[in-house]
Design a protein around this ligand. Structure first.
Ligand SMILES: [Zn+2]
Ligand SMILES: [Zn+2]
Length: 534
């Protein structure tokens, strides 16, 4: 008995603080279908059985520094800017909730602060409304519907609606008499898909964008550090790991302007969200990796692999930034046994050390000094040094000759460890002459077919870029073909410009995020050519 009486706690029970407004639970936090802040405010008004305008004018307006009538509140308060922060703080203060920032894009403000992020009008998926109502769940407005670049529902894969099927008018994200799932103008239920509109199949890109943003919203409560630094880290890792450090080639594969891609790689600016989404889609970089800086699981797309392999086969030197070369030089400087400067160059994909000297001549000189001191230099002059077996040289040269385009002699010499091609000429003069002759022949054929190829390219739809024609013919850059056929190249460049102009007009008429990549991919070619051809 004594024990039972002792177990009674006579201390006063702590009563949690009371909130001024109902502290209703936000729906779907930590899922792709999380509610929007405007949607939460609409449900909050319904929970108090008052109009949205009454809730805002009599209560919430006191918590925000700049007040607008409900109809003046845009989707921006679901976004990343100051307005969103002010409204989140106000609603949190009145409801005593601490997780309402996940109903906006504030967790990603440092990376998503870009133009045209939020759509100006209200959008919704009628099937989502319908299924919530059918399952007896609360109908609510989703945050993902507020994003301008999301055009379809990630769950039902149908286009989001932006006008009421009954009164055919566009609706504001929030207004005086908003109700979840209903038209704020004619009060009709919006959960009925338009019967007369034929179902348009969502494109792969639209599905990707919707699903990626869904995943992004789902990780919002767990995400720790978000910043442009992560974008830089992921892109630099991608370029270094999968495309030989070649940022220009990666930008081409990504289908974006070179300048934009270089800006993202340096962490400078992001610009508009559309081109970045298109680039991630083309490179198959998940949006969540880009934002969180997670590099595990990234892999090169087939297109990137093909381009890089083709560049290797054509012997095109990779386009590495100076700081990357300098880092490799610093490592080589400490290496034991000391490597030669040519070995370092070859490891980085260059046949000569010229680019290494351009990046940092002092470090290069240090590597040369170390190599000379190591005694590995001029090994063939030493007593007892073995000469390279003739059969190895013969095999290399014969293999080269059997190729459709034999390898240049100087490169074969380098691969065998010679500095020049002279030792090969001295031992196998006929084979070397045959290789030279075959290469000259292939080049002659390429030169002769160039006008024919350019004429054919002029009739292609869409017209290819000069760079594409150059690559098809095995030239490393378009400047080589422009030097040989200036008139035809100018014609093709003009056609390409015309095509780009038409695409742009089409885009501005029926603006759709789907084809924005085409316009972006025009960028570098159009700009370069206009410099060349006025
Ligand atoms: Zn849906
Ligand atoms: Zn209506």
């Amino acid at each position: 008995m004594q024990e039972a009486l002792d177990s009674w706690n006579m201390l006063p029970v702590p009563i949690p603080a009371r909130s001024r407004l109902h502290s209703i639970e936000p729906i779907g936090v930590g899922t792709p279908f999380v509610e929007s802040l405007t949607g939460y405010m609409i449900r909050l008004a319904a929970s108090h059985a008052v109009r949205v305008s009454d809730l805002i004018e009599h209560e919430l307006r006191t918590g925000v520094p700049y007040y607008h009538v409900p109809a003046g509140i845009s989707n921006a308060i679901n976004g990343v800017r100051e307005g969103a922060q002010n409204w989140v703080s106000a609603v949190e203060r009145f409801t005593l909730r601490d997780n309402l920032r996940f109903l906006t894009l504030l967790p990603f403000e440092s990376v998503l602060d870009t133009a045209s992020l939020m759509r100006p009008e209200r959008a919704w998926c009628p099937h989502c409304y319908e299924s919530s109502a059918a399952q007896g769940q609360e109908v609510y407005e989703q945050l993902i519907w507020c994003l301008q670049c999301v055009e379809i529902c990630p769950l039902h894969r149908v286009s989001l609606e932006t006008s009421c099927p009954a009164c055919h008018r566009e609706l504001r994200p929030i207004c005086a008499v908003s109700r979840s799932g209903f038209c704020s103008r004619c009060r009709q239920w919006l959960g009925t898909a338009r019967g007369s509109t034929p179902e348009v199949l969502a494109t792969e890109y639209q599905v990707w964008v919707a699903q990626e943003f869904g995943r992004l919203l789902a990780i919002a409560p767990d995400v720790k550090s978000v910043g442009k630094e992560n974008i830089r880290k992921v892109l630099v890792y991608y370029v270094d790991s999968f495309s030989d450090g070649n940022r220009i080639a990666t930008a081409e594969m990504a289908g974006c302007r070179r300048s934009s891609f270089l800006n993202w790689c340096t962490g400078a600016t992001i610009g508009r969200i559309g081109p970045m989404l298109r680039a991630c889609y083309n490179l198959k970089i998940p949006l969540t990796s880009l934002v969180t800086g997670a590099i595990s699981g990234l892999e090169a797309t087939v297109a990137v692999k093909t381009v890089i392999e083709a560049r290797h086969q054509r012997g095109i030197a990779p386009n590495r930034p100076a700081d990357q070369i300098r880092a490799a030089l610093l490592l080589a400087l400490k290496e034991q046994p000391a490597p030669s400067i040519r070995e370092v160059a070859q490891r980085l994909g260059y046949s000569t050390p010229t680019r290494l000297y351009i990046a940092d001549s002092d470090l290069c000189k240090g590597i040369v000094r170390n190599f000379n001191k190591s005694g590995r230099n001029h090994w063939w002059r030493r007593r007892g040094a073995k000469l390279l077996d003739d059969s190895i040289i013969l095999k290399t040269l014969e293999e080269s000759l059997s190729l459709a385009m034999p390898i240049p002699l100087h490169r074969s010499a380098l691969s065998l460890g010679y500095q020049t091609e002279d030792p090969l000429r001295a031992r196998f003069p006929d084979l070397c002459r045959a290789i030279k002759a075959k290469r000259a022949e292939v080049w002659a054929v390429r030169r002769n077919t160039l006008p024919v190829e350019l004429e054919a390219a002029l009739n292609e739809e869409p017209p290819p870029t000069l760079e594409q024609v150059a690559h098809r013919l095995g030239y490393s850059s378009d400047s080589s073909i422009c030097d040989r056929e200036p008139h035809l190249c100018a014609k093709l460049a003009a056609r390409r410009r015309e095509f780009a102009e038409q695409s742009r007009k089409k885009l501005s008429r029926g603006s759709s995020g789907v084809s924005s990549g085409t316009r972006e991919s025009e960028g570098p070619h159009r700009r370069n050519r206009s410099k060349l051809w006025g």
